[in-house]
Design a protein. Structure first.
Length: 225
């Protein structure tokens, strides 16, 4: 199966620049999560051909759900520290988009009977602590965290887009539409962080690298546990 071959590469893809030419599309914010079942009787994914395809897609959906869950907890931590500052409305705006992402993946997991990662309790605490601790460094620290996390998520989504495009873009077009839209939101958040002085925090590159290393580890274990 082509999807098996391509997805096996996705899980081991190295992190690289994600703002490459042609990878970004305008974010519409008219989220696919608000669209009902299509004429073929499903919302995002067609029924799997076999157990192998279902297992691959389950892992993909599980890790995407975990990533959006973690992002929500990070923004919750940032709001706990900076919610009453001038940066509060901006953080809240980005958080609302992440809530939309998470709600959609909640729906998808329920529809396709995919169990979430068993590590959600850990990501619940770890995400909040990451958001709050970097926010304690000031707005620059919070924005540096946003840049690091959103870049990691965007790159991960781009890897999935490549896998699905190589496998069968017509069969997976609804899932591709969803992932592309959410990817574009994450890129927008990344750019917002840079525009709000993320790189001004002392030790920016060290902080960013440490956070992204944690993101890679979280992606690896969340798809498997």
């Amino acid at each position: 199966m082509v999807l098996r071959r391509v997805c096996s590469d996705v899980w081991s893809l190295p992190t690289g620049p994600f703002l490459s030419a042609g990878c970004r599309q305008p974010a519409s914010h008219n989220h696919v999560g608000l669209i009902p079942l299509n004429s073929r009787g499903y919302s995002v994914l067609p029924p799997p051909h076999d157990a192998e395809e279902k297992a691959i897609l389950d892992r993909m959906l599980r890790v995407d759900h975990a990533g959006e869950f973690g992002a929500n907890r990070i923004y919750a931590g940032q709001m706990a520290v900076l919610g009453r500052t001038h940066l509060g409305p901006l953080i809240q705006q980005m958080w609302e988009q992440e809530k939309t992402h998470l709600r959609k993946f909640d729906e998808i997991l329920a529809e396709y009977r995919v169990r979430p990662t068993a590590l959600l309790p850990l990501w619940n605490v770890a995400g909040f602590l990451l958001g709050a601790s970097t926010a304690l460094l000031g707005k620059e620290g919070a924005m540096a965290c946003t840049v690091a996390v959103e870049e990691s998520i965007s790159e991960h989504y781009n890897s999935q887009i490549r896998a699905l495009m190589e496998a069968d873009p017509e069969r997976y077009k609804d899932l591709l539409q969803l992932i592309k839209e959410f990817r574009d939101d994450e890129i927008e958040h990344h750019d917002t962080g840079l525009e709000h002085d993320a790189e001004s925090v002392p030790g920016y590159w060290l902080l960013k690298s440490a956070i992204q290393l944690g993101c890679k580890a979280a992606i690896y274990v969340s798809e498997r546990i």
